[in-house]
Ligand binder design. Structure first.
Ligand SMILES: Cc1cc2nc3c(=O)[nH]c(=O)nc-3n(C[C@H](O)[C@H](O)[C@H](O)COP(=O)(O)OP(=O)(O)OC[C@H]3O[C@@H](n4cnc5c(N)ncnc54)[C@H](O)[C@@H]3O)c2cc1C
Length: 375
C-alpha cells in the first residue's frame, strides 16, 4: 500500500526507460542532457543490468573482412558502407564521451584468421579497402606478413589485420553509463521486472522478483530497450533471440604470444586475451536453431566446438583449462540494422542490436530519445 507522498513523488515521469543495458542507459542520458528538468526513470529486472551488455566479449569492432563480404549477399554496397560507418562512428563517440580509461579501452587492433576455405576472400581485400576509403583515412585491412608469430595451427593460412578495432571492458562501459546517468539525476531502479506497458497511456506495470509487490508507473513517454526480451512487451516484434556462449580460461601457462581482438568464421567466433587468460566465444552458427532461445543454458555442441578451436587452432599442443563460462542473449532479425520505432502514442522501441551493441548502443539510445522528445 503506497502513501500519498510515495504516489505523488515516485510514480510519474517524463520518460520511463525499460532496460538498463547500453541502449536504455544511453537513451536516458541523451534525453536528460536535452531536457535538464525532466524526470527520467530507468527500470531493469536484474539486481544490476543483466542483459547482453554485461555478458559480451567487449570487442570494439565494426566487421571483419569475411563478415563484410558476407553482408554483400543480403545488402547493397551503400547499405554495407552505412552499417560500417554507423558502427565506427559509435565507437569514436563513446571513446570521446567517456574516455579510454573509463572504458578500459585498448587499441590493440582487430585480426581475422583465414582458413584454406576462405582464401578467396583475400582476393577481394583491396576492393573492400577501396570501398571503405570513403570512411577511413588509411587502408582498413592488411595482410599480416609473418602470421606464424601468433603460434596458431597450420590450418590458419593467413591473418588479416584491421588497424581501426580495439577492445574494452563491457562492465566498465556499463559502469560509466550508470555513473553518468546518476550524475545527471536519472533515477535507476533495479530488481523490477516490467510485465506490461500500455503503449497509449504510458502506464508501466512492474513487479519485484518475488512477485509480491507490483508498482504502477506513468510515463509521458516510454522507451522499451529490452532487446532480446521484448516479445512480452511488444508481442508483434520481429525479433529473433540468438544466444552467445563465452568461455574464459585459467591463466595460460607460459603466457599468450599475441594481443588484439581476433575473429574467425565470418565473425561468428571471436577471442581475445584478458588478464593472461583466453576469452573465446560465439559459434552459434554451429547450431543456429537451438541458439534461437532466451534460455541462458550452455549448448554442449557449441562448447565442444569452441574447446576444440582453443586446443587445436589457437594454442595447438598447449593445454587450455576453463575457469568460467556464461551465456548472453542477443536480438537479430531479417535486417542487421536496429529497430528504432514508435509503437504507440507514448511508446517507442530501440531494439535488435545484434552482435554490435558496443559500437551502436550509444547512438541507438540517442535516436530513440530524439524520437520520444518530438512526441
Ligand atoms: C556472448 C555475447 C558476446 C557479444 N560480444 C559483443 C562484442 O564483442 N561487441 C559488441 O559490440 N557486441 C557484442 N555483443 C552484443 C551486445 O552485447 C549487445 O548488442 C548489446 O549489449 C545490446 O544492448 P541493449 O542495451 O540493447 O540490450 P541488453 O544489454 O540485453 O539490455 C536489455 C536490458 O533489459 C532488461 N530487461 C529485459 N526485460 C525486462 C523487463 N521485462 N523489465 C525490466 N527490464 C528488462 C535486461 O535485464 C537488460 O539489462 C555480444 C552479445 C553476447 C550475448
Amino acid at each position: 500500500m503506497l502513501s500519498f507522498w510515495e504516489q505523488k513523488n515516485f510514480l510519474h515521469y517524463d520518460l520511463i526507460v525499460v532496460g538498463a543495458g547500453f541502449t536504455g542507459l544511453s537513451a536516458a542520458i541523451h534525453f536528460k542532457k536535452k531536457h535538464k528538468k525532466a524526470k527520467v526513470l530507468v527500470v531493469d529486472r536484474g539486481v544490476f543490468p543483466s542483459g547482453a551488455s554485461t555478458k559480451n566479449a567487449g570487442f570494439a569492432c565494426f566487421g571483419s573482412l569475411t563478415e563484410i563480404l558476407d553482408d554483400f549477399w543480403t545488402m547493397t554496397p551503400d547499405e554495407v558502407l552505412h552499417l560500417v560507418e554507423k558502427r565506427y562512428a559509435g565507437l569514436k563517440q563513446i571513446r570521446k564521451e567517456f574516455g579510454d580509461q573509463a572504458l578500459r579501452y585498448q587499441h590493440r587492433n582487430g585480426y581475422e584468421l583465414i582458413g584454406a576455405e576462405q582464401l578467396d576472400a583475400l582476393e577481394q581485400l583491396s576492393d573492400i579497402n577501396h570501398l571503405l576509403r570513403k570512411l577511413f583515412s588509411k587502408e582498413v585491412f592488411s595482410l599480416v606478413k609473418d602470421p606464424q608469430k601468433f603460434g596458431f595451427s597450420d590450418t590458419v593460412k593467413a591473418v588479416v589485420k584491421n588497424r581501426f578495432e580495439g577492445e574494452l571492458d563491457p562492465g566498465a562501459y556499463l559502469n560509466a553509463l550508470w555513473t553518468k546517468a546518476s550524475s545527471l539525476g536519472v533515477r535507476i531502479l533495479t530488481g523490477l521486472s516490467v510485465v506490461e506497458v500500455d503503449h497509449e497511456e504510458g502506464r508501466v506495470l512492474a513487479e519485484k522478483k518475488d512477485k509480491k509487490e507490483a508498482l504502477e508507473f506513468f510515463g509521458e513517454r516510454v522507451a522499451i530497450c529490452t532487446n532480446a526480451f521484448t516479445q512480452k512487451l511488444w508481442p508483434s516484434s520481429p525479433l529473433e533471440p540468438g544466444r552467445g556462449l563465452i568461455l574464459l580460461s585459467k591463466p595460460i601457462d607460459g603466457g599468450i604470444p599475441w594481443k588484439g581482438a581476433f575473429h574467425l568464421d565470418r565473425g561468428y567466433v571471436y577471442f581475445r586475451e584478458v588478464e593472461g587468460r583466453l576469452l573465446l566465444g560465439g559459434a552459434r552458427n554451429k547450431d543456429f536453431e537451438k541458439e534461437k532461445t532466451t534460455d541462458f543454458g550452455v549448448n554442449p555442441v557449441i562448447k565442444e566446438h569452441l574447446n576444440r578451436l582453443a586446443q587445436e587452432v589457437i594454442f595447438p599442443g598447449r593445454p587450455v583449462e576453463w575457469e568460467m563460462e556464461w551465456t548472453g542473449i542477443m536480438a537479430f532479425g531479417a535486417k542487421k540494422s536496429p529497430i528504432i520505432q514508435q509503437i504507440g502514442k507514448k511508446t517507442a522501441v530501440a531494439v535488435r542490436l545484434g552482435g554490435m551493441g558496443v559500437a551502436i548502443g550509444w547512438q541507438v539510445g540517442k535516436e530513440v530519445s530524439e524520437l520520444l522528445s518530438d512526441l
